[in-house]
Design a protein around this ligand. Structure first.
Ligand code: ATP
Length: 202
């Protein structure tokens, strides 16, 4: 299987790019989506989280109160480890299943954390790393306009994400998303042709 890892900072355009690949019929596995799927109602991980932390982590409709849990693990770092122990392996298994089930010539694996944990992390699954890159000022403007988040909270997220220069240093391919979306799509079209060719030879 030929896996292209797609990453970029908050608000860089990962979703815009992965939506374009999906529209070409390429299977997209999104690590953030999988992370939400494994804690959906009826999933064993949700039960285990409620048993470990208490039923306050559940909303009245039984779904996970993600904001409350996020706040809790922010204040209690040891509990973050407990949470990761419950979710990480399940996320990896679910991701591996989705990658295995892919039928397109290559697969896009999207994650903002693709390059975290170095070679031991998700990037080890990938034959190729594609970074969507924008200047930090554009990240702030787009992420702020999308989520209505304050600049402070966007800056906090950017501060814990891998630095732009480090991310670019690990990229095999870079798509610059500082202009119109059509400009991004033009670059993706060229990369798509290359990935089809590479996956044929793989
Ligand atoms: P996150 O990691 O925060 O989920 P992301 O990298 O997936 O972000 P997107 O959601 O694709 O980024 O883009 C961030 C916001 O910027 C969205 O509202 C999107 O519609 C917008 N956007 C993306 N690319 C462009 C562009 N070239 N021109 C204008 N707006 C854009």
């Amino acid at each position: 299987m030929f896996i292209v890892g797609l990453t970029g900072g908050i608000g860089s355009g990962k979703t815009a790019a992965s939506d374009w690949f999906a529209a070409q019929g390429i299977t997209v596995v999104d690590a953030d989506v999988v992370a939400r799927e494994v804690v959906m109602v009826g999933q064993p991980a949700l039960l285990e989280i409620a048993e470990t932390f208490g039923h306050w982590v559940l909303q009245p409709d039984g779904t996970l109160d993600r904001a409350a849990l996020r706040q809790h693990v922010f204040l209690h770092p040891q509990d973050r480890q407990k949470l990761e122990k419950i979710t990480h392996a399940r996320i990896h298994v679910a991701m591996a299943q989705q990658l295995q089930a892919a039928t397109s010539p290559y697969v896009i694996l999207v994650s903002p954390l693709l390059l975290e944990s170095g070679k031991a992390g998700l990037s080890s699954l990938c034959q190729r790393i594609l970074v969507v890159d924008v200047p930090e000022e554009v990240q702030r403007i787009r992420a702020g306009a999308r989520d209505g988040q304050t600049l402070e909270s966007i800056d906090r997220i950017m501060a814990v994400q891998i630095a732009r220069t480090d991310r670019l240093a690990q990229a095999d391919d870079v798509a610059v998303n500082d202009g119109e979306l059509t400009h991004l799509y033009q670059q993706l079209r060229v990369l798509h042709a290359q990935y089809l060719e590479m996956s044929r030879d793989h």
